[in-house]
Design a protein around this ligand. Structure first.
Ligand SMILES: Cc1cc2nc3c(=O)[nH]c(=O)nc-3n(C[C@H](O)[C@H](O)[C@H](O)COP(=O)(O)OP(=O)(O)OC[C@H]3O[C@@H](n4cnc5c(N)ncnc54)[C@H](O)[C@@H]3O)c2cc1C
Length: 373
């Protein structure tokens, strides 16, 4: 950190310490940058704390798949970090109709094209892998190397690493972006290039980049080890995630390393309060019980909600903000920000440093949204 006329100066000021801001702090400090992180709340306490923490490659959009695949490779460096509860349970996508089952080889081929290994599972294998599934399902697709983590612990871990390399945390809110840097709640000014990673709150600082909040509900049960073994999703999940319906639910169940079962997931636009909606929870659970009737008998302990940050086209904004030499953004990861955090951070920091990027950065260029606004 340097001082000039009493103002603290940094090589990069990162606004927001969710999984995206902390991953950026980690990547930037690894390259020797003098980093400030500004966050008024708990580290990883925003969308990051609400997430399921499933690390998953979705294959229906090539740019999303490239970013996920790049990130999943980087996640391999964190498999032994105890507090993040990394558990390689694998993903099992379940086909409820013959049409869904017939579609699986195409999905396997798309995943294989970027090096993700997935296998076709017939009906018999399906029930051997997950005996609690409802009868009558057709089979599925297993992605054995996918995993789940505990996202807020990962955010803390990334920030701890950055701080060990000299990054400074300012427990304040950024109230304005200035010509020189940022202004904080307590009127302190920090000078230097700015990277905004504030998720759903992005428009408060960068109104030129559209962002919607998409509410989700999750339910967690008491401890029932061994009831499910994989992260289980219906093959129709992508329609819920990538569709634009005002509200949707999909079967999405996760075995936590504690033995608890985490049940998702719902998606809702236009819901502005964090309040739990019991009709939405009932709809989500009805969907779950169609696939896993045994869960009806289990005790749920807690229900919570969170908001996914959704960009204009569903892909994150990663790069320089148009018409600003020293202003950068990393936000808008919808329901995949835990998975894609590590690759997103590398992509932005490599561009900031003028280095070659590992994947093509153009699909995530923020200029696309400003141009179409
Ligand atoms: C129900 C649900 C389930 C999900 N499940 C998964 C999953 O299984 N797998 C997956 O990959 N993704 C999942 N996600 C998506 C994932 O949680 C998000 O994409 C990701 O957490 C976004 O991270 P972020 O850092 O951009 O935002 P956040 O975590 O919201 O962080 C933004 C931070 O910016 C701070 N901030 C805001 N304004 C300011 C300001 N003015 N000054 C300073 N700081 C500020 C906030 O306090 C906050 O801490 C899920 C999301 C939800 C809601």
């Amino acid at each position: 950190m340097g001082y000039r006329y009493g103002v603290k100066r940094y090589d990069l000021i990162i606004v927001g310490a969710g999984i995206i801001g902390t991953a950026c702090a980690d990547a930037a400090s690894e390259h020797g940058l003098r980093v400030a992180v500004v966050e008024p709340g708990p580290i990883g306490g925003g969308a990051t704390a609400s997430a399921m923490g499933h690390l998953v490659a979705m294959d229906d959009d090539p740019a999303e798949l490239a970013l996920a695949n790049y990130s999943l490779a980087l996640w391999e460096n964190f498999t032994h970090v105890a507090p993040i509860e990394y558990s390689r349970c694998g993903t099992l996508w379940v086909a409820s109709t013959a049409a869904e089952y017939a579609h699986i080889p195409q999905k396997i081929a798309r995943l294989a094209s970027v090096g993700v290994q997935a296998e076709l599972i017939d009906g018999e294998q399906l029930y051997r892998l997950e005996p609690a599934l409802a009868p009558g399902l057709c089979g599925g697709m297993r992605v054995p190397r996918e995993a789940v983590v505990y996202p807020p612990a990962m955010a803390r871990h990334l920030l701890d690493r950055a701080r060990a390399r000299g990054a400074v945390l300012h427990a304040q809110r950024v109230t304005a972006i200035t010509q020189q840097g940022v202004q904080l709640d307590d009127q302190t000014r920090l000078a230097g290039p700015v990277l905004v990673a504030t998720g759903c709150a992005l428009p408060q600082l960068l109104p030129q980049l559209p962002m919607r909040a998409r509410k989700g509900h999750l339910v967690i049960t008491d401890r029932y080890p061994g009831v499910v073994h994989h992260q289980l999703l219906e093959l129709g999940y992508a329609d819920s995630a990538h569709g634009d319906a005002d509200s949707s639910v999909a079967f999405n169940v996760q075995p936590r390393p504690t033995g608890q079962i985490l049940i998702g997931s719902s998606r809702e636009y236009g819901a502005n309060t964090a309040e739990v909606s019991m009709p939405m929870v009932q709809r989500m659970l009805a969907r779950t019980f169609r696939y896993l009737p045994a869960l009806r008998q289990l005790d749920a302990l807690r229900i919570w909600t969170g908001f996914r940050p959704v960009s204009a086209d569903g892909l994150p904004y990663l790069g320089r903000v148009p018409e600003h030499a020293n202003l950068w953004v990393a936000a808008g990861h919808e329901g995949l920000g835990i998975t894609t955090s590590l690759g997103s951070a590398r992509l932005v920091i490599d561009q900031y440093l003028g280095r070659a990027t590992a994947i093509d950065p153009r699909p995530y260029d923020p200029a696309r949204a400003v141009a179409s606004a």
